[in-house]
Design a protein around this ligand. Structure first.
Ligand code: FES
Ligand code: FES
Length: 179
C-alpha cells in the first residue's frame, strides 16, 4: 500500500514592532518575538561592543544597562526592552570618543588584557558608580564600600585573564575619585 506523506506547514514567527532607546538614540525595529536583546544590539543595530560569551547568564560579557539596571542581554528578550533605555559600552564614551571615568580607570590600572570581558565589566562598573553616587546624594550611603563589597558587585562578571585584582583596583579608584 502506498504511504501518504503529510506535509505540515510550519508557521514562520511573525515579527513584532519594538521601540527602544539605545545610547540616547531612539529606534523602531521589527524583531522576532523570541529575539534576544544581545542579538538585536549586535546584529540589528551593529553595536558589537557587547560580547556574546556563555549565552547562559554565567559570564557577564553581555551585560548592558536597561533603565540603569545591569542585565545579561543574552537572557533578556528584546521585546521586554519596549520603551526602555539601554546603555551599551559604546554609550559610555563621550563626544569624539572621549573615554569615560570608568574606561579611564580600567586603562590607568592596567585592568584589560584580552578585553573580552571588558565591555561587561565596564557596564557593571558604571552601574556600581551610579548606585554609589545616588546613595551619597540621597544621604543613604555615607559609608564607603569595602573592597569585599566591590568584589561582590562583580560576581556576575568573569575574567579569564587578569585575576581580577586590577579590575577591583580600578573600581576602588573610581569610587574614591567620586567621593
Ligand atoms: S553571554 Fe550573557 S552571561 Fe555570558
Ligand atoms: S581581560 Fe581577558 S577575559 Fe578579562
Amino acid at each position: 500500500m502506498k504511504k501518504t506523506v503529510k506535509r505540515v506547514k510550519v508557521k514562520q514567527e511573525e515579527s513584532v514592532s519594538l521601540s527602544l532607546t539605545v545610547n540616547g538614540n531612539r529606534h523602531v525595529l521589527k524583531v522576532r518575538p523570541a529575539a534576544l536583546l544581545l542579538d538585536v544590539l549586535r546584529d540589528v543595530l551593529k553595536l558589537k561592543g557587547t560580547k556574546p560569551g556563555c549565552h547562559e547568564g554565567e559570564c557577564g560579557a553581555c551585560t548592558v544597562l536597561v533603565n540603569d539596571i545591569p542585565v545579561n542581554s543574552c537572557l533578556y528578550l528584546a521585546v521586554r526592552a519596549e520603551g526602555k533605555k539601554i546603555t551599551t559600552v559604546e554609550g559610555l564614551t563621550g563626544p569624539g570618543g572621549a573615554l569615560s571615568a570608568v574606561q579611564n580607570a580600567l586603562v590607568e590600572e592596567g585592568a584589560v588584557q584580552c578585553g573580552f570581558c571588558t565591555p561587561g565589566m565596564a557596564i557593571s562598573m558604571q552601574a556600581l558608580l551610579n548606585t554609589h553616587k545616588s546613595r551619597k546624594k540621597s544621604g543613604r550611603g555615607t559609608k564607603s564600600l569595602s573592597r569585599d563589597d566591590i568584589k561582590k558587585h562583580f560576581e556576575g562578571n568573569l575574567c579569564r585573564c587578569t585575576g581580577y585584582v586590577k579590575i577591583i583596583d580600578a573600581a576602588e579608584k573610581l569610587l574614591a575619585q567620586s567621593e
